[in-house]
Design a protein around this ligand. Structure first.
Ligand SMILES: Cc1ncc(C[n+]2csc(CCOP(=O)(O)OP(=O)(O)O)c2C)c(N)n1
Ligand SMILES: [Mg+2]
Length: 598
């Protein structure tokens, strides 16, 4: 077999059913092999789209997503998704064609050192140097990508080896003596956690994407119910614990629920500047069970003040996260599903007697005081959006939060949702309540605009029977708008609902807060025709043969969303919203819960 065929056969043998691949000189040999394969090859219209789609596939299933590009510019177009997968621990295998071995290092046409370029953002990488290595490399790459803390793996494959013949030997097992992803906490240390719970008055579970990648949601639900400990998640953890559950505190951090931030940090007298002293009104958690999280700055704010007076227990499969951002009292290296299952077994034998009634009472009071909420503001009423687009129909304005709530209701909270990056992303987290893992697919750590629609395509390919909707921003959507072609040609019925505020809304929000509203290139419309919506996403979508419509008035919103949901094809709904809304609550970067606006 030729090297190209061995690679494709190896992928088939590992159960890969889909690859998002864009060809070129250094990878077309492999595309030739793919034409004879059972693997579904999807041609994105930009390698970034293909690699985000592979991430969407991986995030929706937990199986590695696979993408491929040619050398040079094709390979560099994959870098953003590789970095994205690294930040969010997504199993991604990126295959790149490389120039022939004799040309490497000579500045050959379309040569880049993609191996070197991506080194800081991969879990592992390979440059194939011998045609006989291919079966082992492919098996290892997929194994490393999905096990332990998942992440991206690169395979760089020189063209001459694609064209070399060999007799493949298929390995039956991986043999990686230096890599042991199967970490298990011992019972002694888990018992210590039970002791800490027995002693605590105000425990909180702070759970992240690790619960989802570790397939530990069921165990988490059992543990929370058996102990009565309230659960807050990170954005990556949304859906790890049902957000409609009475013990749910929703998500925490910069734009998270005020009550989640108070529960973890305590409630403080609101202060206007960081120079004012911190005055605590009510204490927060005295025990924080941090499971499958990494103490990201968007969660902690000023890290020294994060859960300042609580005892913190950190369980993570990746030891390098322990004491990295926040010093903790007890760090445990373990698979989280294993640890939670053991804890549950111990609790079954010796139930926790504590009830934490006073704590639940306090949390209920906080929840009542500061739910996620929105309404008309003076800024919106006086905005040029009102003047330019809604004159005479002011009462018909569609606020972005309203559109998400309507989508939540009309999908009965059951859709897979992807997003771009910006205000719409935060509001999606707030107004769509996620009840199961892998339902909310969002670029959290890297925050890559352009992620939403291609990720929706990948999720829809993986889960064809589910409704998949990308809730996007106008800026973010435009960054990979070409993927409407992929959707139409490959018949992938992923929907896009654009919350079109004609602005880079999140940057506008920061301009309003920190730069006196001075606009620094954050308007996306046509400054000469402010009364028009620009660009015309509906016309653009029609040019791709994707049905689309625009909705401007509240009275038309629900019916328009329903038409989008009923479509058996991809569909674009352009929802025109004001840009003057701010995402609330808001803790400015590096600040504390005392600085939270809500
Ligand atoms: C690739 C990339 N470039 C720039 C940014 C910085 N950025 C973060 S949010 C944002 C605005 C996004 O605008 P839009 O997609 O319209 O969403 P909105 O905030 O208006 O809802 C920008 C420019 C980013 N996150 N990603
Ligand atoms: Mg916008």
């Amino acid at each position: 077999m030729y090297g190209r065929d061995i690679l494709v056969r190896a992928l088939e043998r590992e159960g890969v059913d889909t690859i998002f691949a864009y060809p070129g000189g250094a990878s077309m040999e492999i595309h030739q092999a793919l034409t004879r394969s059972t693997i579904r090859t999807i041609l994105p219209r930009h390698e970034q789209g293909g690699s985000f789609a592979a991430e969407g596939y991986a995030r929706a299933t937990g199986k590695p997503g696979v993408c491929m590009a040619t050398s040079g510019p094709g390979a560099t177009n994959l870098v953003t998704a590789i970095a994205d997968a690294y930040m969010d621990s997504v199993p991604l295998v990126a295959i790149t064609g490389q120039v022939s071995q004799s040309m490497i290092g000579r500045g050959a046409f379309q040569e880049t050192d993609i191996f070197g370029m991506t080194l800081p953002v991969v879990k592992h990488s390979y440059l194939i140097t011998d045609v006989n290595e291919i079966p082992v490399v492919v098996k290892e790459a997929l194994y490393i990508a999905r096990t332990g803390r998942p992440g991206p793996v690169l395979i760089d494959f020189p063209k001459n080896l694609q064209q070399t013949k060999a007799h493949p030997k298929w390995p039956t097992a991986v043999n990686l003596p230096g890599y042991d992803p199967d970490k298990r906490a011992d019972d002694i240390v888990l018992n210590e956690i039970i002791g800490l719970i027995e002693k605590a008055e105000r425990p909180v579970l702070y759970c992240g994407g690790g619960i989802i990648t570790g397939e530990a949601s069921r165990e988490l639900l059992q543990f929370a119910e058996a102990t009565g400990i309230p659960v807050t998640t990170t954005i990556m953890g949304c859906g790890a614990f049902p957000e409609t559950h009475p013990l749910s505190l929703r998500w925490l951090g910069m734009h998270g629920a005020a009550y989640a931030n108070w529960a973890v940090n305590g409630e403080f007298k609101p202060r206007q500047s960081a120079d004012e002293e911190l005055v605590k009104i009510k204490p927060g958690a005295d025990l924080l069970l941090a499971f499958g999280v990494r103490f990201d700055d968007r969660v902690t704010g000023k890290v020294d003040e994060f859960c300042r007076t609580g005892t913190i227990v950190h369980i993570d499969v990746d030891q390098s996260e322990h004491n990295k951002n926040r010093k903790v009292q007890l760090a445990i290296e373990s698979d989280i599903k294993y640890a939670l299952a053991r804890l549950n077994a111990m609790i079954r034998q010796r139930p926790i007697r504590k009830k934490f009634d006073a704590w639940h009472h306090q949390i209920d009071a906080w929840k009542k005081r500061a739910p996620f909420r929105y309404g008309m503001t003076e800024e919106v009423a006086l905005s040029d959006h009102m003047r330019d687009h809604l004159k005479g129909s002011e009462g018909e304005i569609i606020l972005p939060q309203m559109a998400i709530e309507a989508l939540y209701e009309l999908t009965k909270g059951d859709a897979i949702i992807t997003t771009g990056v910006g205000q719409h992303q935060m509001w999606t987290g707030q107004y769509y309540k996620f009840s199961r893992p892998r339902q909310f697919i969002t670029s959290a750590g890297l925050g890559s605009m352009g992620f939403g629609y291609p990720a929706a395509l990948g999720a829809k390919v993986a889960c064809p029977d589910q409704q998949v909707v990308d809730i996007d921003g106008d800026g973010s959507f435009l960054m990979n708008v070409q993927e409407l072609a992929t959707a139409h040609i490959d018949k992938i019925a992923a929907k896009a609902m654009i919350l079109n505020n004609q602005h880079l809304g999140m940057v506008v929000q920061w301009e309003d807060n920190f730069y006196k509203g001075n606009r620094g290139h954050t308007y996306l419309g046509d400054p000469d025709k402010r009364g028009e919506i620009y660009p015309d996403f509906v016309a653009m979508s029609h040019s791709f043969n994707v049905p689309a419509e625009r909705v401007m008035y509240k009275k038309d919103l629900r019916a328009a969303i329903q038409r989008m949901l009923d479509s058996e094809e991809p569909y674009l709904l352009d929802v025109i919203c004001p840009y003057t809304e701010h995402v609330m609550p808001f803790i400015p970067a590096g600040r504390t819960v005392a600085d939270m606006k809500w």
